[in-house]
Ligand binder design. Structure first.
Ligand SMILES: [Zn+2]
Length: 547
């Protein structure tokens, strides 16, 4: 999920429209704050995150958070200034290392802590960062992000965090850049004792203090910042054990008390998802942390090992089908899409938001692979071709580097079609599946650049896809196959392409499938008959023009 997802919702008259326009206005004037947030500053580069213990109290009545984050890190090179991010109006109240309170220089949402003790390379050190305040409220979560302070039908507090894009520092102090994932994490959340907090990983302990309870969750795998979450409500729980590629996986479901029976039926899509995606992408990447679906008061988000769910127990996307083919109503969009992110977003994570298509392109494509697994290749093709109607080609898919700025929301539907077109070029579905699995193995629990992904696919397919990716990811040009048939001659060429783009394309001439190898210059093919029929394989995401 991203905050921009709903722009395409020409079909659906959601009330997001105004928020939408605002969020989507293309920002190209970047500020110092954008650079501090989006780049690997010298005050970030010298230390490598190893462990967090986020230990907070959430006061629902006051909409207030207070507590501390213990930030443990390995020193890579000597330095004495550490950048920690926390967004206003939250305030860092103090920072302590080895019992010494440290001086902090505040620069908007970035905070520079002056360390007193010498930082020797390879040392593992930690600093306690205390903070408190009223965090930004999410108005239209998950798109604008922050904390959603809602109530359930019975009047109980129903609270959740969401912060993709905006960043985790909207609700807790951290190193808020994607390149450096913490290796493991403890999340302790103190709440009124009639409520439950569900975070990532596994529940380690519940401690009662007065009329509050502290829920402590342990995450054993590397986790990205925006994946960390709190969900607080009157939850009930059910679970099952899934026999998967990595052995027994506990799948846990946390839903509001009144929705238990509905969820038991509806969440059958979750093990179905697991089966299809382990087939296509390989072993679920977080067996050590379990898999959870957690009901929230907003649509949903790919929080690692605790995927959040708010699709109103409907099929499709709130009951709608992005593809218009009917196939999109065969599954709960949020269960399939957000859980698909466990492989592409949580396992393979972008280093820079400019490369967000690695998360959204592959995950949008995963929806079609889910259909492929249960309904066959034709259904999958129809779905992915159907979703093209949502592509805008307004700006490139790749965004702006070092300023935390993603590219066009075309990263979803166009991203999926880029991958679907690649599958046609490879012409070997098993090989394609092994590439998808190979990506998840090769970049297991890593942060990557799009270049690494592009190079890997080029290498494994044996096709130099440099210009293919440049065309589709870095321009808004859609290759156009121009052709004319005169007597027994077919003439064809590519237009609207970048230099050196020469993708082959599959066509059917007089009922016979064959490959054409168009270039920018006209090519001629002699046909067997006059007035030959000519069709372009619709699985290729291109335009065509008959002259
Ligand atoms: Zn997504």
């Amino acid at each position: 999920m991203t905050k921009q997802f709903f722009i395409i919702s020409l079909l659906f008259s959601f009330s997001f429209a105004s928020v939408n326009a605002q969020l989507l206005s293309e920002k190209t004037n970047f500020t110092r704050q954008d650079t501090l947030r989006g780049s690997i500053t010298p005050e970030r580069a010298w230390w490598d995150l190893t462990y967090y213990h986020l230990d907070i109290t959430v006061n629902p009545d006051k909409k207030y958070i207070s507590g501390k984050n213990t930030i443990q890190y390995k020193v890579l090179e000597n330095n004495s200034v550490m950048q920690i991010d926390l967004q206003l109006p939250l305030k860092i109240t103090k920072a302590i290392q080895n019992n010494k309170e440290l001086e902090i220089k505040h620069d908007g949402n970035a905070h520079f802590i002056n360390l007193v003790d010498v930082q020797n390379p390879n040392d593992i050190n930690s600093v306690d960062v205390y903070y408190e305040g009223h965090p930004k409220e999410a108005v239209k979560a998950p798109w604008d992000g922050g904390i959603s302070w809602a109530k359930d039908k019975n009047g109980n507090h129903f609270i959740a965090s969401s912060c993709q894009g905006l960043g985790a520092s909207v609700w807790w102090p951290c190193k808020d850049h994607m390149y450096d994932e913490v290796d493991s994490m403890l999340i302790s959340v103190n709440v009124p004792d009639h409520l439950t907090n569900v975070s990532n990983g596994r529940l380690r302990s519940v401690e009662q203090t007065g009329d509050t309870k502290t829920y402590t969750w342990i995450v054993k795998n590397p986790i990205n910042n925006y994946g960390v979450n709190i969900n607080i409500g009157d939850y009930v729980n059910f679970s099952e054990v899934y026999d998967g590629e990595g052995g027994n996986l506990d799948m846990n479901y946390y839903v509001l008390r009144d929705n238990l029976e509905k969820a038991k039926e509806h969440f059958k899509d979750a093990p179905k998802m697991m089966k299809a995606f382990e087939h296509w992408f390989g072993q679920y990447p977080f067996y050590a942390d379990s898999f959870k679906l957690v009901e929230v008061p907003y649509l949903g988000m790919e929080h690692q090992s605790s995927v959040t769910y708010g699709n109103q127990y409907k099929k499709g996307y709130l009951g709608n089908d992005w593809s218009g083919t009917g196939w999109g109503l065969k599954f709960d969009y949020i269960i399939i899409h957000e859980a698909g992110h466990e492989w592409f977003a949580n396992n393979i994570t972008y280093k820079d938001a400019a490369d967000m298509w690695i998360h959204e392109g592959f995950t949008c494509y995963s929806e079609s692979l889910f259909l492929d697994y249960y309904y066959g290749k034709k259904a999958a093709s129809e779905y992915v071709i159907g979703i093209r109607r949502n592509i805008e080609n307004d700006r490139p898919i790749i965004g702006f580097y070092n300023v935390n700025k993603e590219g066009s929301s075309d990263m979803y539907f166009k991203g999926a079609n880029i991958l679907h077109t690649l599958r046609q070029l490879i012409e070997d579905d098993e090989k394609w599946r092994q590439i998808l699995r190979g990506l998840n193995r090769t970049f297991y629990h890593q942060t990557v650049t799009t270049k690494q992904i592009e190079d890997y696919i080029s290498k494994e397919t044996g096709i130099d896809l440099t210009e293919y990716f440049n065309q589709y990811l870095r321009t808004i040009k859609i290759p156009t196959l121009e052709y004319k048939i005169e007597n027994k001659e077919l003439k064809y060429r590519w237009t609207n392409i970048i230099d050196k783009f020469d993708m082959p394309v599959q066509v059917t001439i007089n009922g016979k499938e064959e490959w054409l190898f168009p270039k920018a210059d006209w090519k001629t093919k002699t046909l067997d008959t006059k007035n030959a029929t000519f069709e372009i394989d619709p699985n290729f995401y291109i335009n065509s023009k008959k002259l």
